[in-house]
Structures are given as structure tokens and as C-alpha cells.
Design a binder for this molecule. Structure first.
Ligand SMILES: [Zn+2]
Length: 417
């Protein structure tokens, strides 16, 4: 029964890819991913905004980056292997019940000494941050360890962090892995088959070696597309397309490496409720976004927030993220990951803690892409309209409490069909 569906799905994917190539002829392979380009414009203090403008800028940035990464730079990366792995750090002896109330997840991209883009961070910068984490007593965990802790199966040290690396860049293997191991940390590496083996990417053998060294290998789709419906894409085509990107991508990575893959990362941070269904069907346990903020024990494991480090991110900003409390808020309407009509009414409900932080003189910012919508308050709920012309909307709330603490939370949904 599955065979004909797979063929149909493959045909849709092939058609999509051809169409994609025809419209985005400049798409670089093996040099820059769209995620990087998008994130060029994601400053630490900002949210993703105005998806259409971003897509345009992203194309330009990707083209520029392709020009900047000269072949000589790529040759320099060579095929050097990091030194043999040290034994993985022993699991901490911690009683069940103890442990952190929330966890920060950090997001990195390329790690090499190159100033051609803010998303490329230097080895020195990564080491500065890892040394800080070590000094402050942080312990790195994998997403599945975090879930085990949330479900009460294991205890964890009081200070934990998840360190994630997107796209499968070769510079992560050569530069980030030795640094992680020097400081006794383990990383999560999200790879996508379309990029693996490219001149600036890791190959399958290196990805296998990551797992052997105690790191986590996650899935970042098959081809790094937007996992939300394209303009004029039928519902049927959309669902067939994302099935390939989620279910089939997992299979390919597992077949090529022999590693069981349970963690997903949404390209560009775009997602939908249809994605969640497929993640569940495929057997994924977690998925990460690019929404900034902490994650609590009750956070949806398919909507894990992350903080993105750029070269321009200062160590004090990095330190302040780690210290942020979890911001408990719910986008009751239209719902996180929803697909809704244009100009959706948003109902954002805040916990009493957040509401108090605002009422007691805190400074609140609400953003929907580039707009700061007018809102009215009904009890704990803030009601406002999303920008009616934007197909993809990120709503973010930030409250700077008078005691200096910052609460931060973002949501994402699509409008249109
Ligand atoms: Zn990416």
C-alpha cells in the first residue's frame, strides 16, 4: 500500500525541486544554507520578522556568501580529523527530583575564523562561551536526556544546557567538536542528506563518528526547505512534500549511519501542525525552532526554543540568556503552528507571574513580524490582530521586569489558505 504513495510523493518532490531550482537558480549547494542567510538578519534581541522580506534578503545573502567562500578557504578545511575522542564524561550522580526548572538551548552554525558573515563564529568565540559554561558549572545534555528528566526518569545537575549545531558544516566537525570535547561537553548536530558530502559539509563517515564520540545526530529535513505551504501549493502536494522532508529524511540518515535519529530541527524555524503529526508518525521525540527563550519541563517537545549565537553576540548577552526564567505564555488563538485566515485574531494568555512582572512596572513589548500591534487586555489574555498581508507570522512577547529579569517567548503560524 505504501509503495504507490511513495512514488507519488517522490514525483511531487521531484517536481518541487525542479520548480525550486528554476525559480531560485542561484541556490548554492555545499556552501551556504538558507538557514544561515535568514539568520544573518536574526539579531539576538530580535525575532524573525516579515518572512517575505527575509526570503528576499536571504537569497541575496546566500549569493554573497557563496562569492565570499573562496575555494582556497574550503581547501584549507581539508579532511583533517579531530584527535581521537576522550572518554565521554561520566553521567552525573544526581537524585531524581533534583535539577533545573528550565533549560536554555544554544544554536550555532559555522565555526571557523572567517569574517564573511555574522553567523560564522570564530573558534575563539566558541571557546570563550564553552569556558564560561564550564566555569559556571553547566552540564550539557542531549534532547532525549532532557525528556527523560522531564518525565521523571533521571535526575540532572542544577545547571544544564543543550548545545546545537545546524546544517552539518564541516567546520563544526573540525573546530567545534575538539572544543566541545576539551571542555567535556556534548553537542547536537542537525544534518540534512541533501547537503551531506558537499565541499563545506560533513560526510556520512564523520557524522557516524560524532555519534561514536557521544554527540547526538539529529535530522534537519531532506533538502532544507520551508516546511510551511508554499504560495499556490495544494494541500495534497504540501503534505506529500513535508512527508519526504520529515519521514524519508529520517530514514535516509538512519540508513546511511546506522544511528537511531529521534531529534528534528525545523529549517528556518518554520513549522505547522501537519509537521507535528508527521514528526510523531516518524518517531521523533523532539524538535527545535528558532524562537528565542527558555524551555520548561512542561514545554511541548516539538516546540523547543533556542538562542542563536552570532559573532556579534557578546558574552554578557550569552550569559543573560542562560539566566533568563522560562516565560509561561500560550497563543490560544490561532495556536502555535496553526494555519489560519489572513488577519488572524491572536489571543495570547500570560501566566500570573508574567502578568505581575508587567503590572509591577515591567516593560512589555509585543511584536508580530515588524509590527507592534495594538492590543486589549481581558484578564490574563492579550488580544490583537496579526498583520493581514504576511503569510508567515512570528509573534513575540518580551517583558523586562523591574527586578532586571527578562521573560521572552515567541510563536509562529501561517496565514492565507
Ligand atoms: Zn539550517
Amino acid at each position: 500500500m505504501k509503495r504507490p504513495l511513495t512514488i507519488i510523493a517522490a514525483a511531487f518532490l521531484a517536481a518541487f525541486l525542479l520548480f525550486g531550482c528554476a525559480t531560485e537558480g542561484e541556490r548554492p549547494t555545499g556552501v551556504a544554507s538558507g538557514q544561515d542567510a535568514v539568520n544573518e538578519y536574526l539579531k539576538a534581541e530580535e525575532i524573525i520578522s516579515d518572512a517575505e522580506k527575509l526570503a528576499e534578503r536571504q537569497k541575496q545573502a546566500a549569493a554573497e556568501q557563496e562569492k565570499k567562500v573562496a575555494p582556497a578557504d574550503l581547501e584549507q578545511l581539508g579532511d583533517l580529523e579531530p584527535p581521537p575522542p576522550p572518554p565521554p564524561p561520566p553521567p552525573p550522580a544526581v537524585k531524581k527530583g533534583a535539577g533545573p526548572a528550565s533549560i536554555p538551548i544554544i544554536m550555532y552554525h559555522q565555526v571557523r575564523n572567517d569574517k564573511s558573515g555574522d553567523m560564522i563564529i570564530s573558534k575563539g568565540k566558541l571557546e570563550e562561551e564553552l569556558a564560561y559554561l564550564k566555569r559556571e558549572g553547566y552540564y550539557s545534555v542531549s534532547p532525549s536526556e532532557w525528556l527523560d528528566y522531564c518525565d521523571g526518569r533521571i535526575g540532572l545537575p542544577q545547571k544544564c544546557v543543550i548545545l546545537t549545531f545546524d546544517d552539518g558544516w564541516k567546520s563544526q566537525y573540525q573546530n567545534a567538536v575538539p572544543l566541545l570535547e576539551k571542555y567535556g561537553f556534548r553537542g547536537v548536530f542537525y544534518v540534512y542528506p541533501d547537503f551531506v558530502g558537499g565541499s563545506a559539509a560533513m560526510n556520512w563517515k564523520q557524522i557516524q563518528s560524532l555519534a561514536k564520540r557521544g554527540h547526538t545526530v539529529g535530522c534537519h529535513s531532506m533538502t532544507h526547505p520551508k516546511l510551511t505551504p508554499d504560495k499556490n501549493e495544494s494541500d495534497r502536494n504540501y503534505k506529500a512534500r513535508i512527508k519526504e522532508e520529515i519521514i524519508d529524511a529520517k530514514k535516509v540518515i538512519e540508513e546511511k549511519t546506522g544511528i537511531s535519529v529521534t531529534d528534528f530541527c525545523f529549517p528556518y524555524g518554520y513549522y505547522s501542525e501537519d509537521c507535528f503529526k508527521l514528526l510523531d508518525k516518524a518517531g521523533f521525540e523532539t524538535a527545535t525552532t528558532v524562537n528565542a527563550g527558555q524551555n520548561s519541563k512542561n514545554s511541548d517537545p516539538y516546540l523547543l526554543s533556542r538562542y542563536q549565537v552570532n559573532q556579534s553576540t557578546s558574552l554578557s548577552t550569552f550569559a543573560s540568556w542562560l539566566a533568563e526564567p522560562y516565560a509561561e505564555a500560550y497563543l490560544e488563538r490561532p495556536g502555535d503552528g496553526a494555519r489560519t485566515k489572513k488577519g488572524a485574531e491572536c489571543r495570547l494568555t500570560l501566566s500570573d507571574e508574567l502578568l505581575q512582572a508587567w503590572r509591577q512596572g515591567g516593560e512589555m513589548t509585543i511584536r508580530c513580524n515588524h509590527e507592534h500591534p495594538q492590543f486589549r487586555q481581558d484578564g490574563n489574555t492579550l488580544i490583537f490582530r496579526a498583520p493581514k498581508d504576511d503569510a508567515r507570522v512570528t509573534c513575540a512577547i518580551k517583558i523586562k521586569a523591574r527586578d532586571g529579569r527578562t521573560y521572552r517567548r515567541s510563536f509562529f503560524f501561517t496565514q492565507g489558505k
